[in-house]
Design a protein around this ligand. Sequence first.
Ligand SMILES: C[S@@+](CC[C@H](N)C(=O)[O-])C[C@H]1O[C@@H](n2cnc3c(N)ncnc32)[C@H](O)[C@@H]1O
Length: 244
Amino acid sequence: MGDDERRSLWDQNSHWWADQYTARDDADYQDVILPFVKDSLSGLGKIIDIGGGEGRLSRYLIEEIGSELTCTDFSFQQMSAGNIKSLRPNFVQAEIARLPFGDGVFDGAVACLVFEHALELMEAVEEVSRVLRPSGKFILILNHPAMQTPESGFVFDHGEDPPSKYWRVSDYLVETSHFEEVEKGVFLPYEHRPISKYVNTLIESGFTIERLYEPTLSDRHIKKNPEFVTIRYIPRLLIIVCSN
Ligand SMILES: C[S@@+](CC[C@H](N)C(=O)[O-])C[C@H]1O[C@@H](n2cnc3c(N)ncnc32)[C@H](O)[C@@H]1O
């Protein structure tokens, strides 16, 4: 399945995404991702939010740090959901591997929960590097590739009394392309790659990696889902901070 079919899936599921994620109180998104990106990109004038969907991260940055935000996404339906909101970034429909901007026009870039859904990793990273100015900053946020592999999740051992609960991680080193049924009848494309693939691709595209972060589940996340207390220290996210 190529990019066109993948885009149609995001188009078809845009209402589902908006209801399930954007409108919902996602504690990790609000308490971990948003403040992290704000602190990392604060003071930068022009920022591109790559695969930004309906623009919730862009709107937050406009409000909190007053930067000029351009939000790109290949799905027109995803972006349309954000067009009705009051604070609006500049929405531009674009594939992550083909950004319609000149060289070095942005001071900062963020791609939040996007690259693990896209086929062309090397081309996408090279595009970020191209549109960023020298020393520009790039924040790459991923579902943690090691701890959130396909098929990962709780496993119960009923041989013990009471049953113990483990977090299963599947074949981490194998790169796979699959469509995950995130809810009955709702399929989204996922590209599983090990962390080394992301890190080496960034290095090969000329980025300097400054820090890696693996935040714990937020306090509010645990409070809302007490069963997750046992996996508090199994990270949901990997954040890579780099400069051009
Ligand atoms: C999981 S959502 C994340 C949206 C947003 N970044 C956020 O943090 O809420 C992934 C987004 O990436 C977009 N996307 C996926 N593959 C893409 C590609 N190849 N080019 C451009 N956008 C893409 C989807 O349309 C979707 O809006």
